[in-house]
Ligand binder design. Structure first.
Ligand code: NAI
Ligand code: MG
Length: 339
């Protein structure tokens, strides 16, 4: 039995996480959920977007499934997602982008996995105007040997574990000779320890073009924070957008699994949200726990259901009347019918 922190989140969060919980249950993996609050729900219940209870629960359980959180702009609260990454040193942002039959997109056979460094460089928040007149501003992006090594190692270890052939290190070492240069040097050193995995390095601007021209040249991609932020959205665009995009934030002592999309307040409470992204994130979570069989079942069920336009939510087929709950019913039925 696993103990896992469940953060239902805001907006559509509670309904899509409920769907994910039911789908996991159908696989037979035994989980005791510890429900906790964050974001607006955290403010409502505990007057804090990141209540101490929530932090303690993740500390204890080390694994969390998190619904999207509404970020209040300009209210002085810290960004919950950035705070959680820092609190738990979640240095890996892992985002797979894989095509699904039946989902309209420019490509039909994409299968990419992005490893984005999640803490360092331009997201560490070291920035300021250089004078009172705000005549110039400076953001300091620090890349460390330690940070580069652990994200590159994570990418190569993932490639080996998941039978992937190639890791591409994406950088701008031709211009950013020190920071980019350090990342590339460390990446190549790590690559030398994995002779069974092919390694290439690609300059970021060329990578943006190559991914659009022919994404199938690539397999696993590893890069620094800012480039990874941009490229991972580009990759989800290659498979039909953020609606089916799961993500994981992983560190040594904790991991938080979530959908890439937000709390969709415009459709909240209507039972029409597509829960696929958080359900795929739940499959990643099971894979992370070593429950590969259960993870594969969920993945296959999502593949099965998405093929049938009569079974998908209205974001994928405007003529469909299928809601969040019924979509989950289809998945549960499909999983239970699997051997
Ligand atoms: P959003 O992703 O919530 O919504 C963008 C559009 O996509 C909306 O039209 C929405 O209805 C639709 N959409 C999103 N998820 C969907 C789903 N599962 N099924 C069907 N349609 C879906 O982005 P938006 O509107 O920019 O942000 C809303 C709130 O979410 C903001 O407060 C934002 O800060 C927060 N947010 C939180 C994230 C997180 O917790 N990881 C990530 C992104 C945004
Ligand atoms: Mg982003």
């Amino acid at each position: 039995m696993y103990k896992i922190t469940l953060i239902p989140g805001d907006g559509i969060g509670p309904s899509i996480t409920e769907a994910a919980v039911r789908v996991i249950e159908a696989t037979g993996v035994d989980i005791q959920w510890d429900e906790q609050y964050a974001g607006m729900a955290g403010i409502d219940k505990h007057k804090d977007p990141i209540p101490e209870q929530t932090i303690e629960s993740i500390q204890k359980n080390k694994i969390a499934l998190k619904g999207p959180l509404t970020t209040q702009l300009g209210k002085g609260f810290r960004s919950v997602n950035v705070a959680l990454r820092k609190e738990f040193d979640l240095y890996i942002n892992l985002r797979p982008a894989k095509s699904f039959k039946g989902v309209p997109s420019h490509y039909s056979d994409v299968d990419l996995v992005m490893f984005r460094e999640n803490i360092e460089e331009f997201y560490s928040g070291i920035e300021h105007y250089i004078d009172a007149q705000k005549s110039a501003a400076e953001t300091i992006g620090i890349i460390t040997r330690y940070g580069s090594e652990r994200i590159c190692r994570a990418a190569f270890e993932y490639a080996r574990k998941h039978n992937r052939k190639k890791v591409s290190i994406v950088h701008k070492a031709n211009i950013l000779k020190y920071t980019g240069g350090l990342f590339l040097e460390v990446g190549k050193k790590v690559a030398a320890e994995f002779p069974d995995i092919q390694c290439t390095d690609v300059i970021i601007d060329n990578m943006a073009m190559q991914l659009v021209l022919n994404p199938n040249q690539y397999d696993v991609i590893v890069t620094t924070n800012l480039f990874g932020d941009i490229l991972s959205d580009l990759c989800s665009g290659l498979v039909g957008g953020l609606g089916l995009a799961p993500g994981a934030n992983i560190g040594t002592n904790a991991a938080i699994f979530e959908a890439v999309h937000g709390s969709a307040p415009d459709i909240a409470g209507k039972d029409i949200a597509n829960p696929s992204a958080i359900i795929l994130a739940a499959a990643m979570m099971l894979d992370h726990l070593g429950e590969n069989e259960a993870s594969d079942k969920i993945y296959k069920a999502v593949q099965d259901i998405l093929k049938d336009p009569k079974k998908v939510t209205r974001d994928l087929n405007p003529d469909s009347k299928v809601g969040t709950k019924q979509f989950a019913d289809f998945l549960v039925e499909d999983i239970k019918a699997m051997k």
